[in-house]
Design a protein around this ligand. Structure first.
Ligand SMILES: Nc1ncnc2c1ncn2[C@@H]1O[C@H](COP(=O)(O)OP(=O)(O)OP(=O)(O)O)[C@@H](O)[C@H]1O
Ligand SMILES: [Mg+2]
Length: 255
């Protein structure tokens, strides 16, 4: 098993706020790696550091063994890291299919001039993007929403479409920031099943932030617990649930 992501003594400061304090961990290929912790613990900051939106104040991050300090977010995405956001980021006045096509276009290989004249190559590339998008739509069972405008769709479906856009990038690693937040039980179960399928059927390494401890316990292979920018715990989900520091910091406050 090789590491897909390594944090080496990563700190991240915003003025006086230390969002991350000397964080180290390795994420192995094919794991379903969960990050838990209360509000403001630093969970989203970890994802923002992985995909290059933030650069660590100290320490370093490797992705597939390569130091990412000089890489831009789009270069990290092109290396095979895609994500969804805590607050859905979709184009609301476009259809579900068009949003997913945007993800698939990462693979499209034609310059603007070729696109303009709609050359044979551009046409083939466009067909490839459509095929990828339709496969993702089948996989996530969102056929009926294909031509619906995002703004008209229920929240749970919007979250699924955002997941679809990330999958259409055909990533090796997918970062999911609270994919079940704000969902009812049924929607949460659906999303948990899709995350498991992404991990097991598609073989994608999943990094999952979630407040729903039950979901994390059910599906994660490894857990890191954060609090106030510090790593409290790393290990198996069943051990996290028994760890006193985790219970005090997280389970305690969430009831
Ligand atoms: N761009 C920023 N500028 C200033 N402070 C920030 C910024 N991003 C995060 N922080 C601060 O860093 C800390 C960690 O925030 P982060 O968003 O990583 O927490 P989180 O664990 O994802 O919380 P939540 O569960 O509420 O999503 C918080 O104190 C937050 O206010
Ligand atoms: Mg967050």
């Amino acid at each position: 098993m090789s590491n897909v992501i390594s944090f080496k003594d990563v700190s991240l400061n915003f003025g006086g706020v230390q969002a991350l304090k000397n964080i180290s961990f390795d994420i192995q290929e094919n794991s379903l790696f969960a990050i838990i912790g209360p509000n403001g613990a630093g969970k989203t900051s970890i994802l923002n550091c992985i995909n290059g939106i933030y650069k660590p104040t100290n320490g370093s991050i490797e992705i597939f063994g390569e130091d990412t300090s000089n890489l831009e977010p789009d270069e990290i995405a092109n290396a095979g890291v895609s994500r969804t956001f805590q607050n859905i980021e979709l184009f609301e006045n476009m259809t579900a299919l068009d949003n997913i096509l945007i993800g698939a276009h990462r693979h499209i290989n034609y310059g603007p001039v070729q696109g303009l004249f709609f050359s044979k190559k551009a046409r083939n590339e466009e067909e490839k993007a459509r095929k990828i998008s339709e496969d993702v739509i089948d996989f996530l069972e969102i056929e009926e929403y294909r031509y619906s405008y995002i703004i008209s769709l229920p929240y749970g479906i919007q979250k699924r479409i955002e997941l679809g856009r990330a999958l259409a990038m055909q990533p090796k690693v997918i970062l999911l920031d609270e994919p079940a937040a704000g969902m009812n039980n049924e929607e949460t179960e659906d999303i948990a099943r899709f995350i498991l399928d992404i991990h097991e059927e598609l073989g994608i390494t999943v990094i999952l932030i979630d407040h729903d401890m039950n979901m994390v316990m059910d599906i994660a292979t490894e857990v890191v617990a954060m609090d106030f920018g510090e790593k409290l715990f790393q290990g198996l989900p069943e051990d996290a649930a028994k760890d006193q520091k985790v219970i005090d910091a997280y389970l305690g406050v969430s009831g």
